[in-house]
Design a protein around this ligand. Structure first.
Ligand code: SF4
Length: 508
């Protein structure tokens, strides 16, 4: 298959080139639907989850006898075309979009991963990040010696490849079903994992006992779908049935759907999914993400009122909270910035000169709206502060009289070890600076962050069922691999260099 060198899609990542917002590690999707074009359903499923990972995309299918997988670096729309999707035949599929936090951003680490499993093959997609990968790797080496096969042997360095290797089972267990092996392997994993995986006959979904990352089950007319977010179910016409429960393994095959628990649930869902990561049209734990964000804006208006003429959002992620702030304060809402919405679709690599345009490449101020006005600018979070600094400068140049920055999450002070990539701790602007120092650094007239209690109240989820570690430093799961996790951003982003692979798993 000819390989066309593709743009890396990196213009779509961030408002300010090189200033990435918090990145979710991945999005996963699975479907079991005889008689449906499962690869196409999965394509639209992962397309709907593109915001969860933009570095690589992949789909595996099974026709009951063999697995096929196709994956490559790039956006979903860049990786797949009609011809590729037509080749991916079968009635079971899993799909994945990836942003690298563990392992380099390279083809070897794209997912779904492939490996042997009992008498067949497993293809697996993972959202989250394990915190005991080193210990698990020792277990893999105990089982297979130094001669690593499968994805690890082919150079993958991810925690996902380690899970895939463990699902191969041990020597005496070759005939065990993947279901039985999964029930013995899943309790060994620590940290965050929302998994979809498959063998030739069955689709599987599993979620860690804390349920850090979302994972939901949907019903299709002729089958089932699993997705990171309910919005992806909506887009493929699946009806939301329920969440995959923390600590649950679900198996779907020709005998129907069966469920079992591999661990006692202890829910600690990621609060940042409500703040920024998930799509606004997604529901998590029965709460609309959009409603939670608007409520955060209302709380913010009560906690940090200000005399102003207009409330404007940072597009697009600040919009629901800005609407909430405007509703609560009575200050009119306006679009003061227009986003260059399709720039992320370009396959052209930006030159250095274009990169230097910075935020202007993504946002254009509406001068007639902004000039002479006292603005409340609402954004969801501040990581390094460079984006907000550039934004304040742009708004002043457009004639704003005053700029009051309001943030719908508390200061981010701690790294995440459960699948979200912020800056390193040293790069976090709130780590070591007071609010007043941050305000001065941004050049704003005032700055207000929502309180932790206010943010939690807006989610309508009890505090004891949420992870808030990046704001509070209270980690629900001890981080055994903290050192390696802290170093994990030390990777180089490589240009795409392999052709997409169409693999017949039996030939591995
Ligand atoms: S540390 Fe923050 S981003 Fe990570 S899971 Fe917890 S709340 Fe979410």
């Amino acid at each position: 298959m000819t390989h066309v060198r593709r743009g890396d899609g990196r213009l779509s990542h961030d408002l300010l080139p090189g200033e990435a917002p918090p990145q979710d590690e991945c999005g996963v999707f699975g479907v079991w639907a005889p008689g449906e074009e499962v690869a196409r359903l999965t394509y639209f499923g992962i397309y709907a989850l593109q915001h969860r990972g933009q570095e690589s995309a992949g789909i595996a299918t099974s026709n009951g006898e063999q697995l096929l997988v196709y994956k490559d670096m790039g956006l979903v729309s860049q990786v797949f075309d009609d011809q590729t999707l037509s080749a991916l035949q079968g009635h079971i599929a899993v799909g994945h979009v990836r942003y690298a936090t563990t392992g380099a951003s390279a083809w070897e680490n794209a997912q779904p991963t492939l490996g042997p499993a009992g008498a067949g093959t497993v293809a697996l997609g993972h959202n989250g990040n394990l915190t005991n990968t080193r210990r698990l790797m020792e277990l893999v080496r105990e089982r297979s010696g130094t001669d690593l096969s499968g994805e690890l042997g082919r150079g993958s360095s991810t925690d996902t490849a380690v899970i895939t290797a463990l699902l191969a089972g041990t020597a005496g267990e070759d005939a065990r079903s993947l279901e039985a092996t999964a029930m013995s392997v899943l309790p060994l994993l620590e940290g965050a994992f929302s998994l979809v995986f498959m063998d030739e006959h069955s689709l599987y979904a599993a979620r860690d006992p804390h349920g850090f990352r979302p994972l939901v089950l949907g019903r299709l007319q002729r089958g089932w779908a699993i997705a990171s977010e309910t919005a992806a179910l909506d887009i493929v016409g699946a009806t939301f049935v329920r969440e995959i429960e923390p600590g649950e393994l679900v198996v779907i095959d020709e005998d129907g759907l069966r469920s079992q628990h591999f661990a006692k649930p202890s829910p600690r869902g990621c609060v940042f999914e409500y703040v920024y990561l998930a799509r606004p049209d997604t529901q998590i734990a029965g709460r609309s993400v959009n409603a939670a964000r608007s409520e955060m804006g209302r709380v913010l208006a009560r906690e940090h009122p200000v005399d102003a003429d207009l409330v404007i959002p940072t597009p697009d992620s600040g919009t629901p909270a800005a609407i909430g702030y405007a509703q609560e304060s009575g200050i009119p809402f306006a679009q003061g910035l227009v986003k260059n919405a399709y720039v992320g679709r370009t396959f052209i690599q930006p030159t250095d000169t274009i990169r230097q345009l910075g935020i202007k490449l993504k946002l254009n101020p509406l001068r007639e709206v902004i000039a002479g006005k006292r603005l409340v600018v609402v954004d969801d979070s501040i990581v390094r502060g460079n984006t907000q600094r550039a934004l304040v400068r742009m708004l002043r140049e457009a004639g704003a009289a005053e700029i009051h920055v309001r943030i719908s999450s508390p200061p981010v002070k701690w790294p995440c070890f459960y699948g979200i990539d912020f800056a390193t701790r040293a790069e976090l602007i709130a780590n070591g600076m007071s609010i007043e120092e941050i305000r001065a650094s941004l050049g704003a007239d005032s700055l207000g962050y929502i309180s932790t209690d206010g943010m939690i109240e807006a989610t309508a989820v009890p505090r004891a069922r949420l992870c808030t570690a990046c704001f509070t430093g209270e980690y629900p799961v001890p981080v055994e691999d903290a050192e390696s996790a802290a170093e994990r951003r030390d990777y180089q982003v490589l240009p795409p260099r392999h052709p997409g692979s169409l693999t017949i798993a039996g030939a591995q």
